[in-house]
Design a protein around this ligand. Structure first.
Ligand code: NAD
Length: 248
C-alpha cells in the first residue's frame, strides 16, 4: 500500500523539518524526490545523500518560492527534465509571530509572499504537467492555527487559513483532470520553527493537546505519503489534521 514507484515528487523547503521528513518518506515509498531549498544547499544535499544511501532516488533544486517567476521556471524545467511531475508538497513556509498591534506591514507582506503567493506559484506550475498527464497530487501545508487561531500569530494564521481556501478551490478547478488537491494541517510539531518557544510555553501548549505530546515531522510526512498515494485517489479538497486532537 501507498507505493509511489515511478512517480516524481517535488517538496518545497525540503532541506529540514517537515519538508525533510516528507522527502525521506516519499523516497522510502518509491518516489524520485526533488528536494527544494532556498538557502540551505548543504542541508538539501545531506537529505539527498541520506535518501540515496537508503536506496532511494533524489536530487536538489534551489529556488525561492517567493520569487514566483523563478519558481515557476524552475518547476517547468524540472517537469521537462523528468518528463512528468506527479506530486507537489508545497511545504516551504515561514513564521513571523507578533501581536496584531505590534505587527509590521512588511512582516505581513513577507508572510503572504512565502506562505501563500509562493505556494500558489508552485501549484500553478505543477498543475501544467499534471493536467497533461491527467493525474497529479498537490498537498499544501496549512496549520492548526489556520483553523483555531492563536494569540500572537494573526498574520501567520491568516496565511494558513488562506491555504485551505486555495486548496479547496484548486481541488474543484482540477478535479476533472484527476488532480487531487488537499491540505495537511499539523498541530504543534517539534522542528526548527517551534524551537524558539520557551519550555514554559511548550508545557502550556502540551496541556491542550489531548494526546499529551507534540507531534513529529515523520507523523506529518506519513499523512502526505497517504495523500500522494493511489489509495487517496478519491480524497480531494480536504484538510487532514495531524494535531494530536488539539483541534477536532
Ligand atoms: P522549518 O522552518 O523547519 O522549515 C521550513 C522550510 O521552508 C525550511 O527548509 C526553509 O528553508 C523553507 N523555506 C522558507 N522560505 C522559503 C522560500 N522562500 N523558498 C523556499 N523554501 C523556503 O519549518 P517546519 O516546521 O518544517 O514547517 C514546514 C511547514 O509546515 C511550514 O509551511 C509550516 O508553516 C507548516 N507547519 C509547521 C508546524 C510546526 O509546528 N512545526 C505546524 C503547522 C504547520
Amino acid at each position: 500500500m501507498f507505493r509511489l514507484d515511478g512517480k516524481v515528487a517535488l517538496v518545497t523547503g525540503g532541506s529540514r523539518g517537515i519538508g525533510r521528513a516528507c522527502c525521506e518518506a516519499l523516497a522510502e515509498h518509491g518516489a524520485t524526490v526533488i528536494v527544494n531549498y532556498v538557502k540551505g544547499e548543504a542541508a538539501a544535499r545531506e537529505v539527498c545523500d541520506a535518501i540515496t544511501a537508503a536506496g532511494g532516488k533524489a536530487e536538489i533544486a534551489g529556488f525561492d518560492v517567493a520569487d514566483s517567476k523563478a519558481a515557476e521556471a524552475a518547476i517547468d524545467e524540472l517537469a521537462k527534465k523528468h518528463g512528468r511531475l506527479d506530486i507537489l508538497v508545497a511545504n516551504a513556509g515561514i513564521a513571523i509571530d507578533g501581536l496584531l498591534l505590534r505587527m509590521k506591514d512588511e512582516d505581513v507582506s513577507r508572510l503572504f509572499d512565502v506562505n501563500v503567493r509562493g505556494a500558489l506559484a508552485c501549484a500553478r506550475a505543477a498543475t501544467r504537467p499534471m493536467m497533461k498527464a491527467r493525474t497529479g497530487r498537490i498537498i499544501f501545508l496549512s496549520s492548526v492555527v489556520g483553523e483555531m487561531g492563536n494569540v500572537g500569530q494573526t498574520a501567520y494564521a491568516a496565511t494558513k487559513a488562506a491555504i485551505v481556501g486555495a486548496a479547496k478551490s484548486i481541488a474543484r478547478e482540477f478535479a476533472s483532470r484527476n488532480v487531487t488537491v488537499n491540505a495537511v494541517a499539523p498541530g504543534f510539531i517539534d522542528t526548527d520553527m517551534t524551537h524558539g518557544m520557551t519550555d514554559a510555553m511548550k508545557e502550556q501548549l502540551v496541556k491542550v493537546i489531548p494526546l499529551g505530546r507534540t507531534g513529529s515531522a515523520k507523523e506529518v510526512a506519513a499523512a502526505c505519503v497517504y495523500l500522494a498515494s493511489d489509495e487517496a485517489a478519491y480524497v480531494t479538497g480536504q484538510v487532514l489534521r495531524v494535531n494530536g486532537g488539539m483541534y477536532v
